[in-house]
Ligand binder design. Structure first.
Ligand SMILES: Nc1ncnc2c1ncn2[C@@H]1O[C@H](COP(=O)(O)OP(=O)(O)O)[C@@H](O)[C@H]1O
Ligand SMILES: [Mg+2]
Length: 326
């Protein structure tokens, strides 16, 4: 055997540098008139986000996503547990310079123009005027906002999509290495969502770590390296899409007609469901397709047998008795 070739099993595990680490992080809010009722918004959440990855935190409304994000940003204090962001405890001043944040409902001084709000935020970071003159147009370009609109229009005249773009530009003004985005695609039309996805992908290419909250699973499936699912404050699962959904390349087929005694030689776990015979394709898909005619069956549908992220998500919530409607 060529000594230069090391079997995969002997490759030492690579320990990846983390951008975020949380340990048993919990948050209880006190509510009610006398503040006597407790709401557990996050329950003992332990997770890691690696540097350079796009990480999606999923969960239905009220799951605790924004609560977790606000604790990582140092806006809200944890009731118990701890978290490290870029190696420092949350709220560390030096870390604030290195992170960006797009809030769920960005609050803007809406009589300012887009340019003015960016300049204002840049000022908070101590970015000198001459750097701003270069940086702001670059950012407007990146998020797809015309300079004339940014200079002339007040934010109250902006559409939801335009506001989201200014919010994103604002989150990136300090060229952060870690970006937090709370529901960046919500309320946008399909084109707006596509454009935000493209921006996130270009940030990833620049080596930035992106942590974003979402309940739009299709977007998450397209751009995330790893995801976590939160339900009623509990971390239900975490991993790459492959780890969670499996890597099986088995196909599931739905056919019309045919004799079940013959079909069962080609389709495993054959069942009659929704008026069609269905099962997992045995052997190659080519052989299966070629045999359909002989079996007198007609193909209705064929797709990968592993679940989509949406199916997986619903199953995870159902297992915990959590109702979900998209
Ligand atoms: N400031 C607050 N005071 C009281 N309860 C809160 C507060 N913020 C959030 N909650 C509660 O915590 C839970 C999680 O909320 P949140 O983190 O906003 O969820 P998500 O972002 O996943 O929709 C909800 O039940 C919400 O009502
Ligand atoms: Mg939220």
């Amino acid at each position: 055997m060529d000594s230069a070739i090391v079997p995969a099993t002997e490759t030492p595990p690579i320990s990846r540098p983390t951008a975020i680490e949380t340990y048993e992080l919990s948050k209880n809010y006190r509510t009610g008139f006398w503040l006597t009722q407790k709401v557990a918004s996050l329950k003992g959440c332990t997770l890691q986000v690696f540097q350079g990855e796009t990480f999606g935190l999923l969960g239905p409304n009220g799951a605790g996503k924004t609560t977790l994000l606000k604790m990582l940003l140092g806006i809200t204090r944890a009731t118990s547990g701890r978290a490290l962001v870029l190696g420092k405890p949350t709220g560390d001043r030096t870390v604030k310079q290195r992170i960006g944040y797009l809030p769920e409902n960005p609050y803007f001084y809406d009589y300012l123009t887009g340019w003015e709000i960016l300049s204002f935020t840049a000022g908070l970071f101590g970015i000198p005027r001459f750097v701003q003159q270069k940086r702001i147009p670059e950012l407007l370009d990146m998020v797809g906002l015309a300079q004339t609109a940014a200079k002339r229009k007040q934010l109250r005249q902006y559409s939801k999509g335009m506001l989201q773009r200014v919010g994103l530009a604002q989150a990136l003004i300090n060229d952060p290495e870690l970006v937090f985005l709370d529901e960046p695609m919500s309320g946008l039309d399909p084109l707006g969502r596509y454009q935000i996805r493209e921006i996130i992908l270009s940030l990833k290419q620049q080596g930035k770590t992106i942590f974003f909250n979402s309940h739009i699973l299709a977007d998450v499936e397209m751009i995330c390296d790893r995801v976590a699912i939160l339900g009623q404050g509990e971390l239900l699962c975490i991993g790459s899409l492959q780890e969670l959904l499996g890597t099986s390349d088995a196909y599931r087929a739905k056919v019309k007609g045919g004799n079940p005694d013959v079909l069962k030689n080609r389709l495993a776990n054959l069942e009659f469901k929704d008026n069609y015979w269905q099962g997992n394709v045995l052997g190659s898909t080519q052989d299966f397709l070629a045999s359909l005619n002989i079996m007198g069956a007609q193909l209705i549908e064929m797709h990968l047998a592993r679940p989509t992220l949406e199916e997986f998500f619903v199953l995870q919530l159902q297992a915990k008795g959590i109702r979900y409607s998209a």
